[in-house]
Every structure is written in structure tokens, then in C-alpha cells.
Ligand binder design. Sequence first.
Ligand code: URA
Length: 437
Amino acid sequence: MSKNKELSLIPTVLIRKVQDQIPLTKEEIFALIKGFQDESVPAYQMSALLMAIYYKGITKQEKVWLTEALMKSGETLSWPDENYIDKHSTGGVGDKVSIILAPLLAAMGFKLPMMAGRGLGHTGGTIDKLESIGVNTGLSIDDFKKYTNENQFCIIGQTKDICPADKKLYALRDVTCTVSSLPLITASIVSKKIAEGVKGIVYDVKTGSGAFMKAKEDSITLAESLVETSKGLGAKSIAVITDMSQPLGRYVGNSLEMFECFEILDNKKLAYSDYKDTSLVTLELAARITALIKNVDYKKAYETAKTKLHDGSTKELLYKALKNQGWNGEIPKPQEKFHEFKASKSGYISSFDNEQIGWAGVALGAGRKNLQSIIDPHVGFYFNKKISSSVNEGECLVKVYYNDPDKLNDALKLLENSIMITETKTEEPKLIQDIIS
Ligand code: URA
């Protein structure tokens, strides 16, 4: 008995168990994460463990324990009731939904302590977008709690206090090529949400060429994993699978995306024409989580969300929260300097290589090529045409907002092969593809 207990804390024995698909116990998983944090389990053994998980997988129960171990590696928050909720998106191109969804849900009676991310790879990040207009996202935990209560929502970047083991593990996954393992992605995402202390989570799981999970089956598998693990740790949860086969909305780039958000809240007509898809994903997520948490009819919740998005209440809450976090109240406008990327032939837009568009944004300076890169907040794209739009040869497909001509050239090379035009008209992609609950 005592021999087994001692054996269970030897990292190589635990790595071997994962290799042989023998489930680890809760104690073993917690010991590994604690050991990794205090460096008694060195990075080379943790790397071997990650690789074993990557190839052999772990059980659902082990995944819940791993999530819990990451969650408990740092500070955890708690709130008085079920109205504290959050949203997570798996990331995409032009995905600015969090910036209007958080105040919309606040207007619908929720509170959102939201910890968001920076751009990752070809995708944009909510924190970079907010910082592009001077919002301070580096608040202390005390201010995070205070602002969440006072402003009904607060968006901050990842702090060193919440889930520190995830931060360390993520860096190791990054350099050992194990980021894409489903249980590891799940534990990383869900641990941070549960650590926020929220009792409800809506996941926006993207699918298509601009998403990390490009095939719908993979997006569904990730959504199921996120939902079941969240429930396993006591949070009500639902996932919406949404299209990322083309940029969401019209603008891609940090302050440009903020501009689109302000436009949506300002103008009803624009919201349902130009920026229709951003608005529709926002409304869907708002209605789904409201129906789940408040136990109300989904259609009713959708109608309420539609009203609140445009009656001024969402706008008021967004302005209040951003101003309290340092925004000077000035709405960013697209800069005057842009290049028109034109159609090489007439026809219909049939598809986008949306990941390549994301990389074109990175080349332009809207994202980071490496950790040292400095983002240009004003550069990016306006997509004049979307899938199924008709185009004439020479017509502007994309306005490319740039500052550095060399970066413009790099971005144009990537844009060149990323928008397909055909003679026959393709149907618009289905925006809301599935619901996983
Ligand atoms: N976002 C995270 O926080 N973790 C992952 O593993 C992937 C995306």
C-alpha cells in the first residue's frame, strides 16, 4: 500500500501510466501539476507527459481533475450568485464579439468578470483590441472584482495570480508542439473560466478556414469537451458552433474592430446590413446563455437581446466600463491612408482562405510575429465583399489600412491567393452551425 503511494509520485511511473492508458488518480494529477510549479517535476519530464497525453489521450475524469489542478494552482474568485457568467471564443479573424456581448449581457442583468486573451497565431485578441483605444486591461484582482460589480462587467488580460500553472504549461506546450491536444486545450481554457468563479459559461467554438479547428466534426468534439468539463466542475455551460470561413463582420484589425463595435451599438440599420454577422453571433450567444441560466424561453431571450443591443443600454454600459478602465471616450475612426486591393476578374466570391487573411493581418502589423513585435493599432482590413457577393473586375475587394509600405507589400502577397472568385454564385455560409448543450 505505502509502496504504491510512493511509486505514484515518481514522474516516470506516471508518464508510463499515461503511455499505457492506465488512468491517473486525482492525487497523482495534482502532484504532477504542483511538482511542475515548484520545479520538483522538471520541464523535460513534463514535456514527456504532455507528449504521452498528446498521443494517448486521457479519460474524461482525468481531464476534469487536470482542469481542477490548473484552476487551483493560483487564486480563485467567488461571487454571490448565478448571475456571474462568462463567454469564451476559440478565436478567429475579425471576431470582436466579446466587446459587445459583455455589455449586452450586463444590460440583460448578468455580471461578467471576463479574463480575455491577446492575439494568438493568426487570430486577433480582445485585449489587443481594447488596448488599441487606451483601455487598461492590466488591473489588480481587487480592481477586477470592484469594476465587475460597479460596471457589471470588466475585461482584463491573463494575470499571474490566476491559473499560474496553466501559463507555465501553455509555454511548454507551445515549444513541444502539444498545444493542439484536445484534453490539454480543454483543461487550459476551462480552468481559467472556473477560476473566475463564474457559474455559467457560453462557448463560441469557431469552425472553418480561419478557426483553429477547421473541420466541423473537430469543432463539435472540442465544444462537447468544453461543455462536459465545465459541467464536471459545477458551471452550467453551452456551446455554439459558428462560422469562421470568412472574416466576421467587415473590419479586421484592432482599433478598426473597435470602430465596428461602436457602429453596431449606434446604428440599427448598419447592424443588420454591413455588420450583420457580428451582431447575429452576439445575439445567439446572449440568448443561449440567458435561456440556460435564467430558465427562460430561447426565443424570448433572443428578442430581449435584440432590443437591448440597440436601445442604448448596451452602449451606455460599454462606455461606462471602458471609461472607468482608462478610455478617453474618443471613438476610433478608420485612418485615411489605405490601399485598395482589387478583383482580378468578375464573378462571385466563393471562398476565403481565412487563416491566410489572419496572417496577412499579422504581416501588416495588426498581430505579433514574435513576442517582441509591437502592434500597430490602426492597421487592418475592411472587407467590401463577402462569400456570395458579386464582383466586377477592378472593383475594390478589400481596403487595406497600412502605415509601413513594406508591411503592405507582405500583406498583399498573402491576400493575393486568399480570396477565390468563381463564375457561379456560392451560397452564403451558415453562420450558426450547431448548438452543443
Ligand atoms: N486558449 C487557451 O487559453 N488555451 C489553449 O490551450 C488554447 C486556447
